[in-house]
Design a protein around this ligand. Structure first.
Ligand code: GLY
Length: 309
């Protein structure tokens, strides 16, 4: 097995790595691998942060964001606030391949999904609806202002509380690709787009240098272009660990309460060196390379933002 092939993902992506690993080992493109891996997680109804089973917006409607990027030419495709389609990552892939655009949103994204024959489906499961309605009932105050509190109350697992799935892959040719898919923040404002569908914020990939993707409180990544910042650092010669650390430390100057500073990143260099970091202790990620016997779920490097920067 070629040790240079590799996939790194958020922890909830382990099932996606397992599903695509043999194909990646047999030579499929990184771009095909990350799309196929994301589709597996989009179909996991037990994952309330992605695809079917994702938690809905303030109105009780599931809205999905996704993006995919080809590191060989930095072609990107993305959808935001897409309703009613099972695989936003594949709609994003079709945007990349079939439209002269990068990002389409809302009704326009749904219309495009219909035109390309994307699979429609009911995204709201009974369990997700129950969590949503209990969260509304428990809302301590006004609706919009308490999104963070409710998401945090939902679960103590930081990957799920502000969950998303992302994948970075390197194929046998040394090409890189990245994919991110999410139902975004539970109880989010209808039409809200997070960092996941925004190249440079939640997802960035350049086969010359490396790739990076985020999970967590997307507005932080939107404000600081986290994924692109990491790849810029890789281009300057930083290691994945140094690049990720510097992008997370940059969040400390945003003047946000410490409890809002939820950000996890995965980083993969063009040479196949990887890192995974988090502003929360104990956060996990999933990883496999050509030397591994199976997908490993490992702890991310913790980066403390206390003390400011
Ligand atoms: N990072 C995912 C989101 O904020 O929607």
């Amino acid at each position: 097995m070629n040790p240079d092939i590799q996939i790194i993902a958020s922890a909830n992506g382990a099932i996606g790595i397992d599903a695509v690993w043999e194909n990646l080992a047999h030579g499929i493109r990184a771009l095909d691998a990350v799309e196929a891996a994301a589709r597996v997680v989009e179909d996991n109804v037990d994952d309330h942060s992605v695809g079917t089973g994702g938690l809905p917006n303030l109105d009780g409607i599931v809205e999905l964001d996704a993006s995919i990027m080809d590191g060989d030419n930095r072609a990107a495709g993305a959808v935001a606030a897409l309703r009613g389609y099972r695989h936003p990552i594949s709609v994003a892939r079709a945007v990349l391949e079939r439209l002269p655009h990068v990002l389409i949103v809302g009704d326009g994204a749904a219309r495009f999904a219909q035109e390309i024959g994307a699979e429609a489906g009911e995204l709201l499961t009974e369990e997700a609806e129950k969590i949503w309605s209990e969260g509304l009932t428990a809302a301590p105050g006004g609706l919009a202002g308490t999104i963070l509190e409710r998401a945090k109350a939902l679960t103590t697992d930081p990957e799920r509380a502000v969950g998303t799935v992302n994948f970075l892959a390197r194929d046998l040719n040394g090409s890189l690709a990245s994919a991110v898919s999410t139902s975004g923040w539970a109880w989010k404002w209808p039409g809200r787009a997070g960092d996941s569908p925004i190249p440079g914020a939640g997802n960035y990939c350049d086969s010359r240098f490396g790739s990076a993707a985020c999970t967590g409180y997307g507005e932080l990544a939107l404000r600081t272009s986290t994924a692109r910042t990491i790849v810029n650092r890789l281009a300057e010669g930083a290691s994945p660990l140094e690049a990720g650390r510097s992008a997370l430390l940059d969040l400390a100057s945003l003047d946000e309460p410490t409890e809002n500073m939820i950000m996890h990143v995965v980083v993969l260099s063009k040479d196949g060196e990887h890192a995974a970091l988090s502003t929360q202790r104990g956060a996990l990620y999933a990883w496999r390379d050509g030397n591994s016997k199976s997908t490993e779920v490992l702890e991310r490097t913790y980066v403390s933002l206390e003390g400011g920067h």
